[in-house]
Ligand binder design. Structure first.
Ligand code: RM4
Length: 243
């Protein structure tokens, strides 16, 4: 599938990102993690950069620092995201800006900086965004979050058009409800919501971070060389199960 590549992933210290890191390491790749938290895993091919993605103005310096150590990035995975659940009528500008900066703005400008390097070095790169089922459907406590994920889908499509002539594939994976740090507190408080998601899913279970990571592996590999500008929903069929 993919080996001896250099993968850069944001939010790689937990949840879906951690599952992707473990999978890419297992397949003998070099994996660079950008996160606020240190990865639990220790591996000679795992490289960690402690960075707060809301610090948009420092992204260019971070990429230059990474580029000094790695002569190329083959796969970029914009995975980091936050979802502080809050009622629409209570979301203030500070919270809105935080979610927008982390989930959307940082992904945009980190992609721009890495894409500049890919183009300059003629890397046939793969860029993968972790979007969400929430890019397609609303959420009572996620008005700010859903907006960022909808934006990610459209940013992905436009970047796909811009970078296609440089042989760079750009796609998005859209996880359904996957239990990670982003939602485990919310779902543990609201067992009926978790049961609803499971019952609504034809597979009668929630999708795991590892199952999302496998789709990322597909999009990072030559198996998906003909796919660009695509959103792949990975929700076990939950979204289509209305009746
Ligand atoms: C996902 C989906 C899940 C939620 C996470 C935070 O898009 O809405 O149900 O737990 O976001």
């Amino acid at each position: 599938m993919i080996k001896d590549k250099t993968i850069l992933i944001t939010g790689g210290s937990s949840g879906i990102g951690e599952a992707a890191v473990n999978l890419f390491l297992k397949l003998n790749n070099r994996v660079i993690v950008i996160d606020k938290n240190i990865p639990k895993k220790k591996d000679k091919n795992l490289f960690f950069y402690n960075f707060d993605l809301k610090k948009i103005k420092l992204i260019k310096n971070l990429v230059n620092k990474i580029s000094l150590k790695f002569n190329k990035i083959d796969v970029l995975i914009l995975n980091a995201g936050i979802c502080p659940f809050e009622k629409f009528l209570k979301i203030n500008e500070k919270l809105f800006d935080l979610v927008t900066d982390v989930n959307q703005k940082s992904a945009f400008f980190l992609t721009q900086e890495i894409a500049k390097k890919m183009v300059k070095k003629r890397i046939k790169g793969k860029i993968i965004f972790t979007s969400s089922i929430s890019s397609l459907y609303g959420g009572e406590l996620q008005a700010h979050y859903c907006a960022t994920k909808g934006a990610i889908n459209q940013i992905m499509k436009s970047i796909c058009i811009s970078l296609g002539k440089h042989n760079i594939n750009v796609n998005a994976v859209l996880p359904g409800t996957v239990i990670t740090n982003i939602n485990k507190k919310e779902l543990s408080k609201n067992n009926s919501l978790k049961k609803y998601f499971i019952n609504r899913t034809p597979l009668k279970r929630l999708i795991t971070p590892e199952e999302i990571a496998k789709v990322m592996l597909f999009l990072a590999s030559d198996l998906s060389s003909g796919i660009s500008g695509e959103t792949i929903l990975v929700d076990g069929g939950m979204a289509i199960n209305f009746q």
